[in-house]
Design a protein around this ligand. Structure first.
Ligand code: 4NP
Length: 160
């Protein structure tokens, strides 16, 4: 069984699909596709069925990453299905843990920026209502966090 990661944001069209596809890119580079798998979801349902935002996809493409996927909403059964659930910001984190009032899965939910090694940010900012720079910054921040996360998993979870 592979180790299963779920990336969470609000709409599942900007930040979490970027995290999913960046992580898949790094996993493929290290030939770990059999060991670690990725998915993403939104806390909100506004964009269910939509592809990633084209401004986000453009920023990712400039770093050689293609954004694939279709938005879906987080569902409580995801708590069982995934090993680690990574929230992009504190609001996403609060919305997810609120769906687990007894705290049974609290140990599986983390903030993405905990894994950054070069950026001091505590959250991946929502780029949706901002300009192009915000989308580029999201990619830079996620590359840092995804590399830190992957190194952490290789050390703690993945038998090689
Ligand atoms: P995401 O960005 O949570 O990174 O996918 C957003 C997408 C849509 C909206 C807000 C943020 N929205 O308000 O529709």
């Amino acid at each position: 069984m592979s180790y299963q990661l779920l990336f969470i944001c609000l709409g599942n069209i900007c930040r979490s699909p970027s995290a999913e596809n960046i992580m898949n890119h790094l996993i493929a580079q290290r030939q770990l596709s059999e060991q670690i798998t990725c998915d993403s979801a939104g806390t909100a349902s506004y964009h269910v069925g939509s592809p990633p935002d084209r401004r986000m996809a453009f920023a990712a493409s400039q770093r050689g990453i293609t954004l694939k996927g279709q938005a879906r909403q987080f569902r409580p059964s995801d708590f069982e299905s995934f090993d680690l659930i990574l929230a992009m910001d504190k609001e996403n984190y609060a919305n997810i843990v609120a769906l687990d009032p007894e705290g049974r899965y609290r140990h599986k939910v983390r903030l993405m920026c905990e894994f950054c090694r070069h950026h001091p940010d505590q959250e991946v900012p929502d780029p949706y209502y901002g300009g192009e720079e915000g989308f580029n910054d999201v990619i830079d921040l996620l590359l840092d966090a995804c590399e830190g996360l992957l190194d952490n998993l290789v050390q703690t979870q993945v038998a090689r």
